[in-house]
Design a protein around this ligand. Structure first.
Ligand code: MEV
Length: 330
């Protein structure tokens, strides 16, 4: 028996990093997905086949009971450790510790790009393996297990990435709880720098800065929380879409400046942000942990101009849509 599950990538529209300190954030699932097949194996081993994970040069082999990374290709090893934890957590939940599980992964989501590739692979693995064991988990239960996986692998996590990936749609999230927002079709362009950042390291860097200078850093984190509250009001208000986009764009630009101030932007990200604004985007900001990865621009009527501008400064544009569907058994 083989079970196939999938889960989407996400973008954080507002509130990354400050969400780790209990502030709210707004995020959406997008239409790139990771697919995971799960089956039992006779060897009582965890086997992970991940030929399609978009990290060049990865080779992974297996000992009897353990995954063994032939070489430590940083990012890929990090992704696979989410998969391993996800399998182990579901096995514990199902009380089936000796069972051998093989998972096979294929993904449309670039790794380390700030689009939640690790959360999506963890959520899809939890979906597939739990179904294999006959557990019927709700998306919320999958999200909780996904958060556990992130805490084990990363040390710190707000839980927003696995929650959006498991539940789908457009969410307002704070301290483990979420509220579904009406899906606003945002004319956006995601720009990938082609470089990646480690969420674990960036979260640790912000924490260090906060510990070193709480009087300077805490007001920035507080402001990020206020940006999110204003964004939520605007999303829920009865404005026409032109006014809505203009106000949201302004908040995106403020949020980007605050993320730069806490130390998670890079020249590559800022180049894409400024090129997008110059090409007509109303707003542009980092999405996700930063340190490389992706930004997104809000560009009503200007999506192709912004995509071209991103390409000219060396980025990779992606025109994506919000996905209403979270984790799914295929
Ligand atoms: C990463 O996508 C979002 C961060 O806020 C980390 C987290 O919330 O766990 C940087």
């Amino acid at each position: 028996m083989k079970v196939l599950a999938s889960a989407p990538a996400k973008i954080i529209l507002f509130g990354e990093h400050s969400v780790v300190y209990g502030k709210p954030a707004i995020a959406a699932a997008i239409d790139l997905r990771t697919y995971v097949w799960a089956s039992f194996n006779e060897k009582r081993a965890i086997k992970i086949e991940a030929k399609d994970i978009k990290v060049p040069g990865l080779t992974v082999s297996f000992s009897e009971n353990e995954i063994y990374f032939e070489s430590d290709y940083g990012k890929a090893a990090e992704v696979l450790s989410y998969v391993k934890q996800a399998i182990e957590i579901v096995r514990d939940e199902a009380d089936k510790n000796g069972k051998g599980i093989t998972v096979s992964i294929t993904s449309q989501i670039p790794v380390g790009a700030g689009l939640g590739s690790s959360a999506a692979v963890a959520v899809a693995t939890i979906g597939a393996v739990s179904k294999l064991f006959g557990l019927e988990l709700t998306p919320e239960e999958v999200a909780k297990l996904g958060h556990k996986v992130e805490l084990l692998v990363q040390g710190a996590s707000s839980g927003i990435d696995p929650t959006v990936s498991a539940v789908g749609g457009f969410l307002y999230y704070q301290k483990g709880s979420f509220e579904e927002l009406p899906v606003v079709e945002l004319p956006m362009v995601v720009g990938y720098t082609g470089t990646s950042g480690s969420t674990k390291e960036l979260v640790a860097k912000v924490r260090r800065n906060l510990n070193d200078m709480p009087d300077v850093m805490q007001p920035i984190i507080d402001s990020m929380g206020k940006v999110v509250e204003r964004a939520k009001e605007i999303i829920l208000a009865n404005y026409d879409s032109r006014i809505k986009f203009e106000l949201l764009g302004k908040l995106m630009n403020i949020n980007h400046g605050l993320l730069d101030a806490i130390g998670v932007s890079t020249k590559g990200l800022s180049d894409l942000v400024y090129a997008s604004r110059e090409a007509g985007a109303i707003g542009a900001k980092i999405t996700g942990a930063g340190g490389g990865g992706c930004m997104y621009a809000l560009a009503p009527g200007k999506q192709s101009e912004v995509a071209t501008a991103i390409r000219i400064v060396g980025g990779m544009p992606m025109i994506t849509k919000i996905s209403r569907e979270g984790v799914r058994i295929e």
